[in-house]
Design a protein around this ligand. Structure first.
Ligand SMILES: CC(=O)N[C@H]1[C@@H](OP(=O)(O)OP(=O)(O)OC[C@H]2O[C@@H](n3ccc(=O)[nH]c3=O)[C@H](O)[C@@H]2O)O[C@H](CO)[C@@H](O)[C@@H]1O
Ligand SMILES: C=C(OP(=O)(O)O)C(=O)O
Length: 438
């Protein structure tokens, strides 16, 4: 039986939440451990589904993953790395986006890999053409097979010159994780430079890699013959931090996000201030609060780092339903990230979706058939409805809208939330939310 979360709305969220290591770094750091010839230690690891999935995949490949029962730190020992059976790996098809990043490390370690079909949030087509093109340029043989792809590099991998059509986070990580032990020099142009990528680079450097981040999105990697283990504390999850910040605004609340880091949230904090939210930064985190009075409408465009991150967009839209006037959000990273607004409209929000680029810069989706711009008119009185969680951030948005609404909402499909928000129920209850799971 599917669990249902019953939400009684109308109560501001107030209190403290503790945010740990980033969902968009930790599983990749775990994959990087495969490249070492000794054990690695990863600290600040959150208890989320993507970490469980990668733990299982690494274990199937002979990596010994042990968790400290007190701190939750992971020790990853790749010394027994081996080929895993495709049938067993296939059980993890559709669970997360991380398996594709096993390609380089597995080819360096055991010469081959079977990668199951990917999962992750359904917010666009999410092709992997950049990954596969790059891997082929390194010299890998890539074949589409039933249920995934098979990849091998029995004669080794060599450094190469690459340029991405778009600064993809995953493809940049793919190149890093492959190039560090490839023979010779790799130059990647139009690379993504998200904080999670820079943290992955820090990890690889600790392992012995030679990586230079140059100006204008160019990354240069000199392949080395061997890498050791690492000891690293994962950077905090800026996307979870931004989600709770939007929740504070939407519910007229006051949330201290312990562990949030100002540097990684610069563009979010600017937007937060413009909308009329307030925040106070201290050494251990950031307090986000609604200072009273009206919220201002905004024009926001999502972008690659250092722009306004796409994963912040969905929770922010809920806060914008409470602003006085017309806001515009132009989603330029994913072509289909506004599906979640259906439930907000049923709750009473006024949101229109458009195919045109309603922003300063035309994006890749402009002349195509994608509803990728939203016009939000507020403030709207929201009322509780029943909904099914569509994806990670969309689901979070529905839940904070339900918490801001009058009346009762019932949410099903709540398990998706555990992909990226650890101890979600405890956190909600700790903030005073009236929620029950049955
Ligand atoms: C686990 C993880 O870290 N997920 C994050 C990662 O996803 P992910 O790494 O999957 O996102 P990408 O940066 O690769 O995707 C950005 C854009 O590039 C396109 N693209 C990507 C690869 C490719 O081979 N071909 C292609 O066309 C995608 O369809 C998308 O339109 O970065 C996204 C953008 O910051 C975030 O929203 C996700 O939370
Ligand atoms: C899109 C997201 O995640 P993933 O890439 O793992 O689907 C997200 O975290 O908002």
């Amino acid at each position: 039986m599917q669990k249902v979360l019953t939400i009684q709305g109308g109560k501001p969220l107030k209190g403290t939440v503790h945010v740990r290591g980033a969902k968009n770094l930790v599983p990749k750091a775990m994959v990087a451990a495969l490249l070492g010839d000794g054990p690695s230690v990863l600290r600040n690891v959150p208890e989320i589904k993507d970490v469980e999935v990668v733990t299982s995949l690494l274990t199937l490949h002979g990596v010994e993953v042990t968790k400290d029962p007190v701190t939750g730190d992971l020790t990853l020992d790749p010394s027994g790395a081996k080929t895993a059976s495709a049938r067993e790996i296939d059980a993890y098809a559709g669970d997360s986006r991380i398996p594709i990043l096993l390609c380089g490390p597995l080819m360096h370690t055991i010469g081959e890999a079977f990668i199951p079909d990917l999962g992750g949030c359904r917010i666009g087509d999410r092709p992997i053409d950049y990954h596969l093109d790059a891997l082929r340029q390194f010299g890998a043989i890539v074949d589409k097979v039933d249920g995934g792809i098979s990849i091998s590099a029995r004669k080794g991998l060599r450094g190469t010159k690459l340029e991405l059509d778009y600064p993809s986070v995953g493809a940049t990580e793919q190149v890093l994780l492959t190039a560090v032990k490839a023979d010779g020099i790799t130059e990647l142009k139009n690379a993504a430079v998200e904080p999670e990528i820079l943290d992955l680079i820090a990890i690889l450097q600790k392992m012995g890699a030679l990586i230079t981040v140059q100006t204008d999105r160019v990354i240069r990697i000199e392949g080395v013959k061997r890498l050791g283990g690492y000891n690293h504390r994962a950077l905090p999850d800026r996307n979870e931090g931004a989600s709770w910040a939007s929740a504070a605004l939407a519910t007229k609340g006051d949330i201290y996000v312990q562990g949030a880091d100002q540097q990684d949230l610069t563009s979010f904090l600017n937007t937060y201030r413009k909308i009329g939210g307030d925040f106070e930064v201290d050494d251990n985190g950031i307090r986000f609060f609604h200072p009273g009075g009206k919220l201002n409408p905004l024009v926001v465009e999502t972008d690659v780092h250092p722009g306004f991150m796409t994963d912040w967009q969905q929770p922010l839209v809920v806060a914008l339903t409470q602003a006085e006037g017309v806001s515009i959000v132009h989603e330029t990273v994913y072509e289909n990230r506004f599906g979640f607004t259906d439930a907000l409209i049923r709750m009473g929000a006024t949101i229109q979706l458009h195919r045109e680029c309603l922003g300063a810069v035309p994006c890749r989706f402009g002349q195509r058939n994608f509803l990728h711009s939203a016009v939000i008119t507020g403030p709207s009185k929201l009322r509780g409805v029943d909904f099914v969680i569509p994806d990670l951030r969309g689901g979070f948005s529905h839940i904070i809208a339900a918490l801001a609404a009058e009346g009762v909402s019932n949410a099903s499909g709540i398990d998706i939330i555990s992909r990226g928000y650890e101890h979600f129920m405890d956190k909600l209850q700790g903030l005073g939310a009236d929620v029950t799971l049955s």
